[in-house]
Write a protein that binds this ligand. Structure first.
Ligand SMILES: *Cc1c(COP(=O)(O)O)cnc(C)c1O
Length: 423
């Protein structure tokens, strides 16, 4: 039996394979520093949350000022300035047609709220629509509801009996987009009970950084409109510049009925999430009949410190040169992928905005592929945080990563791949 050295149970971690954990003491910009003095380039933005770099002074300042004024207050029946300011800025920045903001504290809760809004919308109009359409390979979180709308597999096998059933459409692989669209249309047509379609716009993150076109995204929205199926955009990962535009939906020029944002909403500083919706969804719940209340809350809904940091972050999006930084990051990724294309053991080199991904050609692919684990440790020893998804390596950097850092990250990848082939 294993000896207990720490009582901490880590997420998505097999302790029998990874018994040791690097202890990070502090962070700055694109770097993490461990207690044994190692500097590590954070090439996956600490699981996709950091946007402008770690410990950004503007965000630190906002947190400090707010924590001295108001720490936390019940959000049912009360409000506060940081939440009001954040909500107004969100309405300004997000696609026109998203009118209301519901706060929660993680991507999973933002998606749960989105699903509940969609079901409530139909229920309160006495219309029987309660089926959800989803896309193959999607990831929307790890709670029972979000697992239900996500890809079924090794991640959720034990819980499968509890997951609700959904309608699944295939991922729009290049040249097979029409199959996806036709399936969506037939599901909408044959399922008069279809309440909503939920999708990660442009990039399916945890599913393996799978990318599809803005045209397909636009077409999917058009089909949903035709059959009055609510369109839920899970932008928890794709928002905040990752795909090259502020939001992924911007590239397809679509306005979702419901949109979920989290991860980079505070620049990665504090946990916060929002679910935005069209006024018709709010209005379906708006009534003197108390049973139509939107019955959802988290204890820390709209925590004032998290909201103050989010507002400071949104201000940076409005005023600073973040967009230029994103363009520069995307250009560096393009250049590096071109260099990597010469490596024979890599395939499916792909990019959407600031996200770059590539697959290692192996017989044993998929998330449990041994290769990802080996590489992860090798990258860490070389001072780079990368966490391959099975045989997929991806680089999802904060926007402050320097040319030198890019050279180091891709140098380490090339070296690891080379050694893998040699071994
Ligand atoms: C990370 C993620 C979630 C879940 O967010 P948590 O904050 O981890 O609960 C949901 N949807 C997508 C697309 C994600 O990438």
């Amino acid at each position: 039996m294993n000896k207990i050295v720490s009582p901490v149970w880590h997420p998505f971690t097999q302790h029998a394979i990874f018994p040791e954990f690097l202890e990070i003491e502090y962070a700055n910009g694109a770097y993490l520093y461990s207690n044994d003095g190692q500097q590590i380039i954070d090439a996956i933005s600490s699981w996709w949350v950091i946007t402008h770099g770690h410990c950004h002074p503007r965000l630190q300042q906002a947190a400090k000022e707010q924590m001295e004024r108001l720490d936390q207050v019940i959000f049912a029946g009360y409000t506060h300035e940081p939440a009001e300011r954040t909500a107004k800025m969100l309405i300004d920045l997000t696609p026109a047609g998203l009118d209301y903001v519901f706060f929660s504290d993680s991507g999973s809760t933002a998606v749960e709220v989105g699903l509940k809004m969609a079901l409530g919308y139909w229920h309160h109009q006495n219309i029987t629509r309660n089926r959800v359409i989803v896309m193959e390979h999607s990831y929307h979180g790890d709670t029972i509801g979000t697992m239900s709308v996500g890809e079924r597999g090794v991640f959720n096998q034990p819980y499968n009996p509890l997951l609700f059933s959904v309608e699944t459409i295939p991922f729009p692989t290049a040249s097979k987009e029409q199959v996806t669209l036709d399936t969506l249309e037939s599901k909408c047509k044959q399922q008069p009970e279809a309440a909503a379609f939920i999708v990660e716009p442009l990039v399916l993150g945890a599913g393996g950084m799978l990318m599809y076109s803005a045209d397909t995204l636009w077409e999917m929205k058009r089909i949903c409109e035709k059959y009055d199926v609510l369109f839920i955009a899970d932008e928890v990962m794709t928002a905040w510049g990752r795909t090259g535009s502020l939001f992924a939906c911007d590239q397809a020029n679509i306005v979702p009925d419901i949109a979920c944002y989290s991860k980079g909403i505070t620049g990665g500083f504090l946990p916060l999430a929002v679910t935005l919706c069209h006024s018709r969804i709010f209005n379906a719940h708006y009534s003197t009949d108390r049973s139509k209340t939107f019955f959802h809350s988290s204890s820390y809904t709209a925590n004032p410190i998290a909201c103050a940091v989010a507002a400071a972050n949104l201000e940076m999006w409005q005023k600073d040169k973040v967009k230029e930084q994103i363009r520069a990051t995307a250009a560096r990724q393009t250049q590096k992928l071109t260099e990597m294309a010469t490596l024979e053991s890599l395939t499916n080199l792909r990019q959407t905005g600031t996200i770059a991904a590539m697959d290692i050609q192996v017989s044993d692919s998929g998330y449990l592929s041994e290769i990802g684990t080996q590489l992860y440790l090798r990258f860490q020893k070389s001072g780079v945080l990368l966490r391959p998804l099975g045989n997929t390596i991806y680089v999802l950097p904060p926007y402050c990563m320097s040319d030198n850092d890019f050279d180091t990250v891709y140098g380490v990848i090339a070296e690891a791949i080379f050694n893998l082939v040699e071994a």
